[in-house]
Write a protein that binds this ligand. Structure first.
Ligand code: SAH
Length: 216
């Protein structure tokens, strides 16, 4: 990790996230450790430790830390999982996941964002992440199956390739809904492929594009 005049701000952010109901210690610890200022545009670094979403370029946004924390908490990671993330964006959520799981595979369709994320992750000293530029609705078959899948963009439904690439007992966290509003939903898949949906919270994400997303 970078040496660090921001550690005090991060402790306050941990408190803010805890007050919003997040209890998973690994997730809170990840927020205390990951230097979010490296993942936002330099001009916004002063706001990096507020619990707010911020623009990251290419028309995309980095979500509120408490939203990231709630989503990762819902995946109930033990630290031993292989996780697929769809929508790398800034790479901040990727970094949190990397601290809570064994290996993270992340797919981003915008090459410029993937590049920025790659360099921020390197500066943050995070090495257990692989990044692919492409359509994440198709998953990343070469590295399947995944114990958990986190979709970081609003989806009309769960993309079928992701259901196929989930390990037995795995779970998918996805903001399900239309372009205007969604519900963060935990999806589990039974042995016959039937999905069970547990809605967790209202949410507003940028749309998932691509083959199994909204039309471009
Ligand atoms: N969690 C991210 C925010 C992601 S915003 C962060 O912490 O910064 C959603 C991201 O999903 C955007 O970067 C967008 O480009 C990407 N995206 C949208 N559709 C996609 C697709 N089909 N495959 C991969 N990435 C996609």
């Amino acid at each position: 990790m970078q040496g660090d005049s921001y550690a005090g701000y991060r402790s306050k952010l941990v408190e803010a996230v805890r007050l919003k109901g997040v209890q998973d210690l690994a997730v809170l610890h990840a927020i205390a450790e990951v230097p979010r200022h490296l993942f936002v545009p330099r001009a916004l670094a002063g706001q990096a430790y507020e619990d707010t979403s911020l623009p990251i370029g290419s028309g995309q946004t980095i979500s509120q830390p408490s939203t990231h924390a709630r989503a990762i908490e819902a995946l109930r990671l033990s630290g031993r999982e292989r996780v697929l993330e769809v929508g790398t964006g800034s790479g901040y959520q990727t970094a949190l996941l990397a601290r809570c799981a064994e290996q993270v595979f992340t797919v981003e369709r915008v090459a410029a964002l993937a590049e920025q994320a790659r360099s921020a992750l390197a500066r943050a000293g995070i090495t257990n992440v692989s990044i692919l530029v492409g359509d994440g609705t198709l998953g990343w078959r070469a590295y399947a199956p995944f114990d958990a899948i986190l979709i970081a963009a609003a989806s009309p439904s769960v993309p079928q390739p992701l259901i196929e690439q989930l390990a037995p007992g795995g779970r998918i966290l996805v903001p399900l809904g239309d372009r205007a509003s969604q519900r963060l939903t935990l999806v589990t898949v039974g042995p016959e492929g039937a999905c069970t949906y547990a809605p967790l919270a209202e949410a507003t994400f940028v749309p998932l594009r691509g083959t199994h997303g909204f039309d471009d």
